[in-house]
Structure formats: structure tokens, C-alpha cells
Design a protein around this ligand. Structure first.
Ligand code: 2HA
Ligand code: ZN
Length: 306
């Protein structure tokens, strides 16, 4: 349908009037969907947000996600993001190894539940400047806003993970899974205690996170300090617990990021189910059991956890 079609012109005027009356941006009713939304990694990002919501990981605006675009995806995204870039804004930390890179990221204060419903208002494509100190928005957050308050943690995690995985890690996903958060009131806030407790709940756990799991003590979220602590642990782990807050997962794909979040929350749930019944479980997986898993599944189980 072209705008020279009289029916379309009339419809467009009607929509403008309706939009004004109900107080919303008329572009939302009349604009064609952005070509960005057709890109496969954008669709997968949106899908992951919807799955997280359906699993109860994202009350209100809780949680956030980011995706580090491959160079060829960045070319596609630049072509699809037809808007004028926004102004450069300080990140609040510096990520020199990510200079010039592009990221999809959820918006501050945005609800994960609304990402599939209205992605253009809920997420954005952000570009990091060559020095790695500032970012600007190339697409998205149609009604205004900024990337998540945890953008410094996301970017510092991406910088570390990209380095230690030779570019394989692309997704950082933060959620508030309830039973894992509950566990941060019960277990010592130590990597070893969480690793052992969670590994011991399901045989697949040491296969899915053989490197263990890191724990950050309670800290004020949303700034550089917690970003520094988290990214230090990301050198060694793919999953980092924030005490009394939630979990950060780093992965090479959206499926694996969600898979880690779901597995670790399920492990916490099993821990809770067992300990609701007894303080002293009769049995569990032994150290030699973990060593055998490491051998048969060809994963490295660090001896320091045994
Ligand atoms: O986006 O989860 O940690 C809200 C949060 C902050
Ligand atoms: Zn959070």
C-alpha cells in the first residue's frame, strides 16, 4: 500500500487523530516495522527476553540483557538502523578492547515482558566509541531512555569474556531467579560453597558449569564498582551470583545463556527441596564422581573444588 492511495491517506489521518486522543506517539501506529526486527540475532535477543519473563525471572523492570554483534552483523545492523545516531554519552567505565563495537541492550527501566510486545521501545542498538569510554544509540528506545543501569557491568563482562574466549562469548544475561537469590541468604558467599552446593543437585550441573560459579558479596548495583568485581570473576567463570540480587550469565549463544540461567535456578530449587526435608541429606555426588564426570564428558573439573 503506498501513501498515494486515498484509503491509506485517510487511514493515516484517522490513526493520527486516535493517537492524539489517547496520548500516544502516532508513529507507533503508522510506522512500518523497522528492518532491524528482521535480523536473526535481533529476533533471538527478543525471544530470549520473552522466555526469561515466562520463567518468572523478571518482575517489573528486573534484569537486563546484551548481545555483542559480530563484525558482519554490525554491518547489517548499521544498514538497518536508519535513524540519526543519538549523542555520545559516558559509559561510566572504560572498555578500550570494545572500541567501535556494537551491542544490542535492554533499556533502563524497561520491562522484559514488553520486549517481544514492543521491542523498538524496550531495547536499543548501542555503539561504543573508538576509545571505549562513551556510547551512542543507533536504533531503538523509540520513546527515549538509556541502556540498562547495568550497562557498565555488561560491557566490562563482554570485554573480559571476549578476550578469554577468543571472541566466542556474545551474550550477557542478568536475571533475578528467586530460589538462587534465596540461597544467597543461606550459604556462605563463597565461590566454593555455591559451586559445591549447586553441582551436587543434578549430575548435569558439573557438565554445564564445570568451571564452577562465582559469587559477588552484596554491593550497590548499577555502577562501576560492582562491574569491576563481576568482570574479575568472569575471567574464570561463565556465571556470577550477585548476593541478595540475582545472576549474570555469559555465553556464546542465546540458548546457552538462558540454559545456564535456567539450570542454575533449577539447581537452587532442588537444593531448597532437599533442605526443606532434611538438614543432613543421606548421600550426594562424591569427589571421585565429579572426577569421573570430568573424564567421561571431557570437561575440566578444577581440583580446588574437590
Ligand atoms: O534492570 O536488574 O540490576 C534492573 C536490574 C538492575
Ligand atoms: Zn538486577
Amino acid at each position: 500500500m503506498s501513501s498515494s492511495n486515498p484509503d491509506f491517506a485517510q487511514l493515516s489521518i484517522l490513526l493520527q487523530q486516535v493517537a492524539e486522543r489517547v496520548g500516544i506517539n502516532a508513529d507507533r501506529l503508522t510506522a512500518a516495522p523497522s528492518p532491524m526486527l528482521a535480523l536473526p540475532f535481533v529476533r533471538e535477543f527478543i525471544r530470549m527476553c520473552g522466555i526469561g519473563d515466562s520463567l518468572g525471572f523478571h518482575e517489573r523492570n528486573g534484569g537486563n540483557a546484551s548481545y555483542h554483534l559480530l563484525p558482519e552483523e554490525a554491518d547489517l545492523a548499521r544498514a538497518a538502523a536508519v535513524n540519526e545516531p543519538g549523542p555520545w554519552i559516558p559509559i561510566g567505565t572504560s572498555v578500550p578492547e570494545l572500541g567501535g563495537h556494537l551491542f544490542l541492550v535492554t533499556g533502563s527501566g524497561k520491562f522484559m515482558r514488553n520486549v517481544p510486545y514492543d521491542p523498538e521501545a524496550s531495547i536499543c542498538l548501542a555503539e561504543v566509541n573508538p576509545a571505549g569510554t562513551d556510547y551512542r544509540i543507533l536504533w531503538g528506545l523509540r520513546d527515549g531512555g538509556r541502556p540498562t543501569s547495568e550497562f557498565p557491568t555488561h560491557l566490562m563482562n563482554h570485554e573480559v569474556k571476549s578476550r578469554v574466549t577468543q571472541g566466542a562469548c556474545r551474550v550477557i544475561y542478568h536475571a533475578h531467579p528467586p530460589q538462587l537469590i534465596a540461597l544467597t541468604y543461606v550459604l556462605p558467599l563463597e565461590d566454593r560453597a555455591f559451586t559445591r552446593a549447586l553441582w551436587n543437585t543434578m549430575t548435569e550441573c558439573p557438565v554445564i558449569f564445570p568451571e564452577g560459579i562465582g559469587v559477588v558479596r552484596w554491593m550497590v548495583p548499577g555502577g562501576r564498582d560492582i562491574a569491576v568485581e563481576t568482570s574479575k570473576l568472569m575471567e574464570r567463570y561463565n556465571n556470577v551470583v550477585w548476593a541478595h540480587h540475582g545472576l549474570f550469565c555469559a555465553a556464546d549463544s542465546f540458548d546457552n545463556a538462558m540454559g545456564q540461567m535456567e539450570t542454575i535456578e533449577k539447581a537452587a530449587r532442588i537444593w531448597m527441596l532437599v533442605h526443606a526435608v532434611t538438614d543432613k541429606p543421606l548421600q550426594g555426588i562424591t569427589d571421585d564422581g565429579y572426577r569421573a564426570i570430568g573424564r567421561d564428558f571431557r570437561v575440566e573439573i578444577p581440583e580446588r573444588f574437590l
